[in-house]
Design a protein around this ligand. Structure first.
Ligand SMILES: [Zn+2]
Length: 413
């Protein structure tokens, strides 16, 4: 590793001896794709000062790739350092774009799983917005479990039919449910096969139950060199095929597999089956494509990183006021991976619980869109291209017309 590019690797490295066993399929893994040394272990934590934000614990991330099943994971992950608590803010439900997507998905799940009158368990329910929506449209009862659940006044009203437990899932494996929903949680779990197995065990001999998972797609991350989508909390990275292979291996029949939200997320429906089931969906056949993406990723991500560093440095040298839009994990990863400081004046976030706080790792202040009026930005860099239209109209309504760019493929052109 050169000092000018501490996070970089010129090419995928193959170790002589195995570096780890694949947490999905158990195969000995020898290939590493990416390194991000000393990154903050929490990127959704709320901190009250820049100093505190910069002093948060850090660890190394090193992505390994399993040639056998296409799974990508941080083999240097240290689960003991993760302390999820209610002082986290991961909700995306303050965005209209995200809310429409979540509502549509809730309707789809309600229909496909014939939810009426059924018990739904959501593992990793966050602040519970989705479960409430799901049980409302599905006319079902719900239990949400999440160590970060917090009953905020005005947003987390418990109805008669929806209840929450602020805890990890582990102690509640004995519970039963007709439908298990698990969104944006599997990527936070290191022992993924054990986790899926314990869900399968909850159903026993039942074959009328459903599990619905939503997980980020790593194929897009690899293809775009999207380093901002790689951060410490995410220790497990799936392609649609790797996702389905894991569930089939652990005794589920995967009935539907799709890419949604501008192809950013995998949505998978599955039912309990007897033993290992057989691959049969088109999106599952991605192993060759994954091999090619994995091989090219180190070079691709280096190029994208160098381009962004250069653009931001020259904007700063030119005296342009640049703000980042998106104070979540992508923003934290973008800032810490590029080693940005003065180049970015502030980070905007529409979530009021984040405003007035500081970005973990770098200490950039998080401000409301309205706060831009006093000090108008010249350039807004958006951390997720799907929000560009929504952000542009928010800025116009504030009388602001900065240049707007988004990370990802739409940037070019
Ligand atoms: Zn594997």
């Amino acid at each position: 590793m050169g000092s000018a590019d501490p996070a970089g690797m010129a090419a995928a490295e193959v170790a002589v001896r195995p570096i780890a066993n694949c947490p999905c399929c158990g195969t000995a893994v020898t290939r590493t794709l990416y390194r991000a040394p000393s990154i903050p272990v929490h990127s959704c934590i709320l901190v009250d000062s820049a100093k505190e934000a910069c002093a948060l614990p850090r660890r190394d991330l090193e992505l390994a790739y399993c040639d056998a099943c296409g799974f990508v994971f941080n083999h240097a992950f240290d689960g003991a350092v993760m302390s999820y608590s209610t002082n986290f803010e991961e909700s995306q439900h303050f965005s209209g774009t995200f809310n429409s997507f979540a509502k549509e998905l809730a309707r789809e799940i309600a229909q496909r799983c014939a939810l009426a009158g059924k018990d739904v368990l959501e593992i990793g329910c966050g602040k519970g917005e989705f479960l409430r929506e799901l049980c409302s449209v599905g006319k079902s009862t719900g239990l949400g479990i999440d160590p970060g659940y917090r009953a905020d006044e005005g947003r987390c009203v418990e109805g008669d039919n929806v209840h929450f437990i602020t805890d990890f899932f582990e102690p509640y494996k004995h519970l039963s449910a007709d439908v298990i929903v698990c969104r944006h949680t599997l990527e936070h779990i290191a022992s993924v096969a054990d986790f899926v197995r314990s869900i399968r065990e909850m159903f026993g001999a039942r074959d009328d139950a459903w599990v619905v998972f939503e997980t980020p797609d790593v194929k897009r991350v690899l293809g775009e060199g999207a380093f901002w989508d790689i951060y410490y909390e995410h220790c497990s990275y799936f392609s649609p095929g790797a996702h389905a292979r894991l569930f089939r291996q652990e005794g589920f029949e995967v009935t539907d597999l799709a890419l949604v939200y501008d192809d950013q997320y995998i949505v998978q429906y599955a039912k309990p089956a007897c033993g290992r089931s057989v691959q049969r969906l088109p999106l599952e056949q991605d192993l060759e494509e994954m091999h090619a993406l994995a091989l090219r990723f180190p070079e691709r991500v280096k190029k994208i990183r160098d381009e962004w560093r250069e653009r931001l440095r020259s904007a700063w040298e030119g005296g342009r006021r640049v703000v980042l839009w998106g104070g979540g994990s992508k923003g934290v990863s973008f800032l810490t991976t590029l080693g940005l400081k003065d180049e970015i004046a502030a980070v905007v976030d529409v979530n009021p619980f984040k405003q007035g706080k500081y970005m973990p790792g770098t200490g950039h202040p998080i401000i409301s869109p309205r706060a831009l009026v006093g000090e108008p930005p010249d350039w807004v860099v958006v951390m997720n291209s799907i929000y560009v239209d929504e952000i542009a109209s928010t800025l116009r309504a504030l009388g602001l017309e900065p240049e707007i760019s988004a990370v990802g493929p739409r940037l070019e052109g």
